[in-house]
Design a binder for this molecule. Structure first.
Ligand SMILES: C[S@@+](CC[C@H](N)C(=O)[O-])C[C@H]1O[C@@H](n2cnc3c(N)ncnc32)[C@H](O)[C@@H]1O
Ligand code: SF4
Length: 394
């Protein structure tokens, strides 16, 4: 009986190892990029006051359910949240401040597209309480920006980036590599240029061809030419690591690079498997209430989400997660980050430890390493993370 109580306490408190955050999804964009499978839509008329009220209502609903939680991070993601009126961002943040106490080092991030309209709002976002911007630059080459379907030029991206730096201490930007007709040498040059621009954080994503996107359709029809073969893409990944290491911006996660101490607090909540509320169309959450962790999911379609939120609740699904299910998610998220996972925490969630033979095998082939109770995927292991995880969780 005693041990059962202990395990219940462990499960009820586990989220505290990762902290608590709020993700808010803005599902609209000015144009749909052909590679993107995020929940983003192009709509002519958006009634911001309706959206604002709906977000506020959802925040109040969660505040009643999870009172007293200290908020470590708020993240406005999308879509293109820099299309939100600053007033909307300000009111959402005011509602969050009313709902919960804030951590001293609260991080408030907003994803922005590098258009001039968006950059013109940066000052107002900073006044509203945003402390960090993540800018979708994607490429430092105009021809490639066009091929990625982007509606901004490199010059506009750099201008937006400069304005972001004037307004925020913490500015990150995203690049996509392994693009059509990109070779190793041009990526090396582009990355070095990016590192000269970078403040303290950079996200470098390998282009993924997602089903259901315009690129996915073109690829299936054999019409998306010039994509790098697997070997070249792997070489690009490896030189990315080398160049970033040399510049003091090592990867702390598969695609994320930062100077030490400048990691995205918000993403660390996911990777350290904390609790987070997901508000907005299609947003996911993990919340522990009454001692039980749940996965939450909201209505995906923006108009449906809006209607349901206005009626009082936009959560479409809530699923209680068993201890082993949580352990699996912790492993999946935790091995993405260079700090890895605490195997004792895994065992406490799972009820049983990781398979000793699988661990030994992965260590022998250089995919993972142990230090004390921590299990980490090596750089090689992180490059083939799905295979590593399949071996650990057959
Ligand atoms: C949700 S998007 C939001 C950023 C913002 N809307 C923009 O496009 O500038 C986050 C990032 O994911 C990356 N991304 C999206 N789809 C991708 C894909 N298919 N392959 C690689 N990276 C992708 C892009 O770098 C993008 O900036
Ligand atoms: S990449 Fe960004 S701007 Fe493009 S469709 Fe996706 S969310 Fe919208």
């Amino acid at each position: 009986m005693r041990s059962r109580n202990l395990s219940q306490v462990v499960l009820a408190e586990d989220w505290q190892n990762g902290g608590f955050g709020l993700y808010l999804h803005w599902p609209f964009c000015e144009a749909k990029c052909p590679y993107c499978d995020f929940n983003s839509h192009v709509t002519r008329a958006i009634d911001q006051s309706r959206w604002r009220a709906a977000y506020l209502r959802e925040i109040e609903r969660y505040a009643a359910e999870l009172p007293g939680r200290v908020v470590n991070s708020v993240f406005f993601g999308g879509g293109t949240p820099s299309l939100m009126e600053p007033e909307t961002v300000a009111e959402v943040l005011q509602a969050v401040y009313r709902a919960w106490p804030m951590a001293n080092d609260l991080e408030v991030t907003l994803e922005a597209n590098p258009g001039s309209v968006e950059a013109g709002r940066f000052r107002a976002y900073a006044d509203a309480g945003v402390s960090r911007v993540s800018l979708g630059v994607q490429a430092l080459n105009d021809q490639d920006l066009r091929r990625l379907g982007r509606i901004h030029s490199v010059a506009e991206a750099i201008q937006a980036y400069d304005i972001a730096k004037e307004n925020f201490n913490r500015v990150s930007f995203d690049l996509i590599y392994a693009r059509q007709d990109q070779d190793l040498e041009s990526w090396r040059e582009e990355l070095n240029r990016a590192l000269e621009m970078a403040v303290d954080h950079l996200s470098l994503y390998q282009l993924t061809i997602e089903g259901g996107t315009a690129f996915g359709d073109r690829y299936a029809a054999g019409k998306l030419r010039g994509l790098p073969e697997d070997d070249l893409a792997a070489d690009m990944y490896h030189i990315t690591q080398e160049i970033c290491d040399a510049a003091g911006m090592s990867a702390y996660e598969v695609s994320n690079h930062a100077r030490s101490g400048s990691e995205s607090r918000h993403n660390l909540i996911y990777w350290r498997y904390g609790d987070y509320i997901g508000i907005g169309p299609g947003a996911h959450g993990r919340i522990t209430c009454a001692g039980q962790r749940h996965a939450t999911e909201t209505w995906l379609q923006p108009d449906r989400w809006l209607r349901e939120a206005e009626r009082g609740e936009a959560e479409a699904q809530r699923t209680a997660l068993s201890g082993p299910a949580q352990a699996g998610e912790y492993l999946l998220m935790g091995l993405r980050v260079s700090e890895g996972i605490d195997t004792q925490r895994f065992t406490a969630l799972n009820g049983t430890p990781l398979d000793h033979r699988a661990l030994e095998h992965l260590r022998e082939i250089g995919m993972t390493e142990m230090e004390g109770t921590r299990l980490r995927a090596t750089r090689r292991g992180r490059a083939v993370l799905n295979a590593v995880i399949t071996e650990l969780l057959p």
